[in-house]
Design a protein around this ligand. Sequence first.
Ligand code: FEO
Ligand code: CA
Ligand code: CA
Length: 697
Amino acid sequence: MSVEPGRLLPLLTSHRSGRSPVTCEYRCGNACAHPAPNTSDNEYFGEVVRNVVSRRGALRAGAVMTATAAGFAALSGTAAATPAVPPALAGRGRPGKPGRPVPGTDFDPVAPNSADAVTIPDGYEQEIVIRWGDPVLPGAPRFDFNKQTAAGQAKQFGYNNDFVGLIPQDAGGWRNLLVVNHEYTTETDMFPAGTYDANNPTEEQVKIAWAAHGLSVVQAVRDPRGGLKVVPSRYNRRITMDTEFEVRGPAAGSEYLKTSADPTGRKVLGTQNNCAGGVTPWGTVLSGEENFNQYFANAGTVTDPVAAARLKRYGLSGAASTRKWERFDKRWDVAQEANEVHRFGWVVEIDPHDPNSKPVKHTALGRFKHEAANIKITKDNRVAVYSGDDERFDYIYKFVSKGKYKKGTSAYARRHNSALLDDGTLYVAKFTGDSPASEIDGTGKLPSDGEFDGYGEWIPLASGNESFVDGFTAEEVYVFTRLAADKVGATKMDRPEDIEANPVNGRVYAALTNNSDRGAAGKAGADEPNPRNGNRNGHVLEWEEHRGDAASTKFSWRLLLVCGDPATADTYFGGFPKDQVSPISCPDNLAFDPYGNLWISTDGNALGSNDGLFSVPVDGPNRGQVKQFLTVPVGAETCGPVVTDDVVLVAVQHPGEGAGAANPESHWPDGGSANPRPSIVAVWKKGRSGAGKIGVR
Ligand code: FEO
Ligand code: CA
Ligand code: CA
């Protein structure tokens, strides 16, 4: 289902709103149906100024005039004549005149559709790499939808694959480690019709869910005929709710992390709601624990006002949890085990090269609903980690290590570099627009300077054992990071999802998926970095750290895309002609191809089409030319894109979700009357492996 390049791509007419109610219930605990947990009032600029002044002790508050470029220059303590960050970016290219197709993006775009299939461009082939229930470990039983067991699931590929990391083990990429997150379980789709009672799950069903969470590591070899094949291997591994993690960094051993089962506060069983992630330069995987709050029961019984406020800020409320895990292990009951909830919401690190390695929870990166974590090396060889907090009106964070990175993926380099993530400075982002506030009217109309853009600052929260936030100890900053960030004037964003640095141009990109509450009564209204009220389609942000250095505390930023229907006035595609782009809605996960083009997967398309994967050049005359590479089946979300020069991998998450097991809306990928199975798909150019390049004719 391809259309001619250059033709306006049709939209489907039925406008359904994003996800099914079941997806909302099981994926994020109905986050959008509850009030956004960030009720802080942190947008008053004077407050920010006072904090900056008191932190640095070197600025006079009187030097600050307005939240403009000039004001920012004054804030930075330099002469107003020398802006802290150059306003224009060298090499970005002025958009507007389409050039010849950019290498990596030269394919016929797929049209929006609602097919129960993965639809790819003409001239490409696809195959399933691995699906829910496929064997990972020796002795795994053959998948049988009607006869699942917890012991079997613990040896099989888990449910709802999200992040995908592809780590080559040789120069040609013939042998690879494939690392996949299993974000969550959808019990109403996982068990045969009539066997799952959401009010009374059986112990075995709950244990199947524990085993279906976590991560899988498998070895995948290139198939000479194209695609990737999973093989039995000593590297193959399952990480489940029973796997022991080591807590490291400044909050390890904190009173807030001690439980009756772990009086040391340093050992946690399991990881859950692992959303996106990142492959580190040293060959390990970072994975974000996202909507962990929904797994905990009885937050509503907590009466201590400080504890209750902390729980509320992380979206914990009410009595029983959706999955009722608390009936089979008291650690999921906040009333019985107050601190277990503090042991989730971290970035975890997995070393797939060593199947016996103990996974780590890195407390120095802060605790929030981590969407992902991606690394950029600073100019002086330290490690910067970017991470978004995926909630309406929450923040973007950066960690910069104290110690220096050692190149390589040897066991020594992996150990050394992993330890860098335990000591450094945690920052939160403050964005300032450079256009008058009166020009940001909430409709998406561009301001008179032609761009949503401006300047930014990284505000330090804590460094090692030192806190920079009034009223917070360092360990409180790490364990209750959201509340600390509320205090320092961080900018409330429209659901920050994946954040990733472009290896070719060095700039950093963030997907902001949507925020229908922007501008609602009592909520923060549009600002230049989040310029649309009732933002249903999301946007993509781009920034350049000062002097291109990831250690810098200043940056300049602009919106690359304001997503949605290109035919409507509220959308912006980097200045590219809007009659020559694919509609895109709800950007979520990001990846780069070897040419530096950005690839974006979507979650919850609000334009009526299935979700998909899109490419977009970010430099030169084709900057902003969004093209759809594939769509995923009915009800599914596109996750974990990996784009190499000759293969594309996507995780198809929750196909058909919402209809229930009796009458599934999707039969993908097994077809016939089969129930749907979340799976990883490989796409390559027709022909033998490596014979053709992705997006090159
Ligand atoms: Fe799991 Fe923010 O998506
Ligand atoms: Ca502007
Ligand atoms: Ca996602």
